[in-house]
Write a protein that binds this ligand. Structure first.
Ligand code: NDP
Length: 301
C-alpha cells in the first residue's frame, strides 16, 4: 500500500509518520517542495494545482491530511486563506481520491458545533460553527462528503502532543513564573493526544479497507471531560507531586467572557464517541492517561 501524508510536521502529522509506517510506503510532505521517488513535489496544500499534481504523481491508495489552518483567532482576519487550506484543499484531495478510488483520511473539529447545552455531540447533531475556523473546517467536511470518495473524517477536540508547545506545557512554564494564574473554567472538553489520533486512524483504516461501508464521519476523543481550569490544575498538581519547583499558589477559574479573543469559542466541546467505538470495536482510554504520559516526557521523569 502507498500512503500520501500531508502536514507531516504538525502535532498529528508527526505521530502519523510513525503510525502509518506499518501500512506500507509512506510519502510524507510538509509545506515545502521535496524530492521524492515520484519527482520533486509540493506539499503546500494552499497551492491547489500543485496539490493536485502531487497526488497524481504519487497515486496513493490512501491520502492522509494532517495539514490545516489551525490558528483559530488569526482565521478571523485571514478568512480567504483559511478557507483555501481548510476547505478548498480538502476538495482537491477528495476529487483526486475519488478518481483514484483511494481513501481520504481527514481531521475535523468539535468547532463545527455551536457549543450549546451540556450533552456530548453526536455525528448526526445539527452543526453551527461560532467562528470562521469552524466554518472552514465544516466546509471541508461537506466538500469531502459531496465528492463521493471513500473517507474517514475524525472530529476531535483540544489536541496536544509531546512534541512542540501545548496548553499543558504553557501552564507548567507559567506555574514556574507566576504566583497566580487565571484559567477559563466554563469551556468543557476533552484533551486528545496526537498519538491517539494517529493510532486510531490507522486501526480504523485497516478495518475500513475491507469494509468500505465504514466510510463516514466519526467523533474521536478519550473518555471523561474537563475544563481548561481543571486541566491546568491537574497538570500543576501532577508536576508538584513529581518534585517540580513551582511558584504558583492560586489557579483561579475565570469565565470565557473575561478573556476576550478575536474568535468565539464553543462552551460545550464534549463529543459522543459511541459510533467510532461500536463501528470499529475500539476502546478509548481516559484523557488523564495520555496527558500523564506527555507530562512524564515533558518533565523527563
Ligand atoms: P498543527 O497546527 O499542529 O499542524 C497543522 C500542520 O498543518 C502544521 O504542520 C502546518 O505547517 C501545516 N500546514 C498549515 N498550512 C499548510 C499548507 N498550506 N500546506 C501544508 N501544510 C500546512 O495542528 P494539529 O496537528 O493539532 O491538527 C491536526 C488536525 O486536527 C487539523 O485538521 C485540525 O483542524 C484538527 N484539530 C485540531 C485541534 C487542536 O486543538 N489543535 C482541535 C480539533 C481539531 P506549518 O507548521 O508549516 O504551518
Amino acid at each position: 500500500m502507498r500512503v500520501l501524508l500531508l502536514g507531516k510536521n504538525g502535532q498529528v502529522g508527526w505521530e502519523l509518520q510513525r503510525a502509518l509506517s506499518v501500512l506500507g510506503e509512506v510519502v510524507a510532505l510538509d509545506r515545502r517542495r521535496a524530492s521524492t521517488p515520484y519527482g520533486e513535489l509540493t506539499g503546500d496544500i494552499s497551492d491547489l494545482e500543485g496539490l493536485r499534481h502531487t497526488i497524481r504523481a504519487v497515486s496513493p491508495q490512501v491520502i492522509v491530511n494532517a495539514a490545516a489552518y489551525t490558528a483559530v483567532d488569526m482565521a478571523e482576519s485571514e478568512r480567504d486563506f483559511a478557507q483555501i487550506v481548510n476547505a478548498l484543499a480538502s476538495q482537491v484531495m477528495a476529487e483526486e481520491a475519488n478518481q483514484l478510488n483511494s481513501w481520504l483520511v481527514h481531521y475535523s473539529t468539535d468547532y463545527v458545533f455551536d457549543g450549546t447545552g451540556t450533552t456530548p455531540w453526536k455525528e448526526t447533531d445539527n452543526v453551527g460553527p461560532v467562528n470562521h475556523y469552524g466554518a472552514t473546517k465544516l466546509k471541508g467536511e461537506q466538500l469531502i462528503q459531496a465528492s463521493g470518495c471513500k473517507h474517514l473524517i475524525f472530529r476531535t477536540s483540544w489536541v496536544y502532543a509531546a512534541r512542540g508547545n501545548n496548553f499543558a506545557k504553557t501552564m507548567l512554564r507559567l506555574a514556574k513564573e507566576r504566583s497566580a494564574l487565571n484559567v477559563i473554567a466554563d469551556q468543557v472538553g476533552v484533551p486528545t493526544g496526537a498519538e491517539l489520533l494517529a493510532d486510531v486512524a490507522v486501526a480504523a483504516l485497516q478495518q475500513a479497507w475491507r469494509k468500505p461501508e465504514l466510510s463516514g464521519v466519526y467523533h474521536l476523543a478519550p473518555t471523561g471531560e474537563t475544563t481548561w481550569h481543571a486541566y491546568a490544575s491537574y497538570v500543576i498538581e501532577f508536576a508538584r507531586s513529581h518534585g517540580e519547583d513551582l511558584v504558583v499558589e492560586a489557579v483561579n477559574p475565570i469565565a470565557t467572557t473575561e478573556y476576550p479573543t478575536p474568535a468565539s469559542r464553543p462552551l460545550n466541546s464534549r463529543l459522543d464517541t459511541a459510533k467510532l467505538r461500536n463501528s470499529f470495536t475500539l476502546h478509548l482510554p481516559d484523557w488523564q492517561s495520555g496527558v500523564t504520559r506527555m507530562l512524564m516526557e515533558a518533565l523527563n521523569k
